[in-house]
Design a protein around this ligand. Structure first.
Ligand code: ZN
Length: 409
């Protein structure tokens, strides 16, 4: 049995599992809020804790440029820097280099690019991206990959996938050589270093069986099932404690996203965690959990919230709508979050219409609560063997939404 991941229950292809990180256990399937610049926009860390987030995502590309990964390492790593003692996953920067930066030059060695902030020249490679993530001290570190753009010809997608496979080997080698350099190894105060008296006094809430960083491999291959399969086989051969399906949610039709996920999953080890990057709507996260995906992240709940788009048990609503102006009822009568317990739709509409900062804060809190609660229901339904019932309920409440995707900014 793996020290990193355990499957506790199954329902069809879906798995109810536990991911053991150096900063606590993560119940899966899990939705990871996106904290691009070491902040989930608008929400303080104590609120994320209250919402029950066990793991959040941060972006290496952004932190590499500002404030700099070395600065964060000197301050004790990302957990200490942002005061978050639960798990963190960092994206390798591959996706942002390809989506955000100007004038990038891709070579076998790595990618030279200009910062989207000030135009300064930078270089990221399998080795430097891995070093940056070790400096940040993320619990889950992602291999540096080339995110194949959409659309791409088969030949182009193959070349890109093969480069990602060669880079995966370099990432693993570099990670193995430097993994002891993680900043929290020598920082006192984290739970796996507390004394036994503290443990006995009950001060250790988040025990762990794994005290090191984990490096996950990334599957590419564009929208070609044969390349996805080959990428999976090659990446699994390199050998990682977990695997991500990358390069999706980049503009392709949703049916194709699903097809590619279905083409990839059978080629990933059954006893290891599977992470689908950049997905999705509330309905999609339930659908992908049902297919056997264990981890997901998406900017949708936080970004939509800042635009006044709120996910509820009755579908998506735009709070600016005039029909809410006199509505004294809660945002979502079935939601138990702090926002729904306290504030009315009329008040939330007023805040949003008046361009008040609090609108983004409260909207984000609710949307995250809705996503995290959806995943809680998924986990419960898997345990009870009733995931199908939840699926049909979610499908019936779902409204079409065109906005989705990963965070380019
Ligand atoms: Zn709510």
């Amino acid at each position: 049995m793996s020290d990193v991941f355990q499957v506790k229950a199954r329902c069809g292809a879906a798995r109810r599992g536990k991911l053991h990180t150096a900063h606590g256990e993560v119940a899966t399937p899990v939705f990871m809020p996106v904290g691009t610049l070491a902040t989930v926009k608008g929400v303080p860390q104590e609120t994320l804790e209250d919402l029950g987030a066990e793991i959040i995502l941060a972006n290496t590309y952004h932190l590499f440029l500002r404030p700099g990964t070395e600065t964060i390492r000197k301050l004790g790593g990302l957990h200490r820097f942002m005061s978050w003692e639960r798990a963190i996953l960092t994206d390798s920067g591959g996706y942002q280099v390809f989506s955000l930066s100007d004038l990038r030059k891709v070579r076998e060695e790595g990618v030279e690019f200009r910062s989207h902030l000030d135009g300064a020249l930078h270089f990221l490679s399998p080795e430097t991206a891995t070093a940056a993530q070790i400096a940040l001290g993320a619990d889950v570190v992602m291999a540096f990959d080339e995110c194949t753009e959409y659309p791409a010809q088969h030949e182009q997608a193959r070349a890109s996938m093969e480069m990602t496979a060669r880079w995966a080997e370099r990432c693993k080698r570099s990670f193995e050589e430097h993994r002891g350099e993680v900043p929290w190894r020598n920082v006192s105060g984290f739970k796996f270093q507390v004394s036994s008296e503290e443990a006995q006094a009950g001060n250790v809430k988040r025990e762990t069986r794994n005290d090191s960083q984990l490096l996950f491999g990334i599957i590419q291959g564009g929208v070609y099932a044969d390349l996805r399969r080959e990428s999976a086989e090659r990446t699994v051969k390199v050998g990682f404690p977990g695997y991500a399906i990358g390069g999706l949610s980049v503009g392709e039709p949703r049916t194709l996203t699903r097809e590619m996920v279905e083409a990839t999953l059978p080629h990933l080890p059954a006893d290891q965690p599977r992470y689908l990057m950049g997905v999705g709507t509330p309905e999609e996260i339930v659908e992908y959990a049902a297919l056997g995906v264990d981890m997901m992240d998406c900017v949708l709940p936080t970004r939509a919230a800042r635009h006044g788009l709120l996910y509820t048990s009755e579908g998506k609503l735009a709070i600016k709508n005039a029909r809410f102006a006199q509505d004294g009822g809660p945002l979502d009568p079935r939601c138990s979050c702090q926002v729904c317990a306290r504030y009315s739709r009329a008040y939330l509409r007023h805040l949003y219409s008046s361009n008040e900062t609090l609108a983004a804060v409260l909207n984000t809190m609710h949307n995250l609560a809705f996503y995290l609660d959806t995943m809680r229901q998924v986990r419960q339904s898997i345990e009870l063997g009733r995931l199908e019932a939840l699926l049909s309920e979610v499908r019936s409440h779902s409204l079409n939404s065109s906005a989705r995707g990963r965070d380019p900014a």
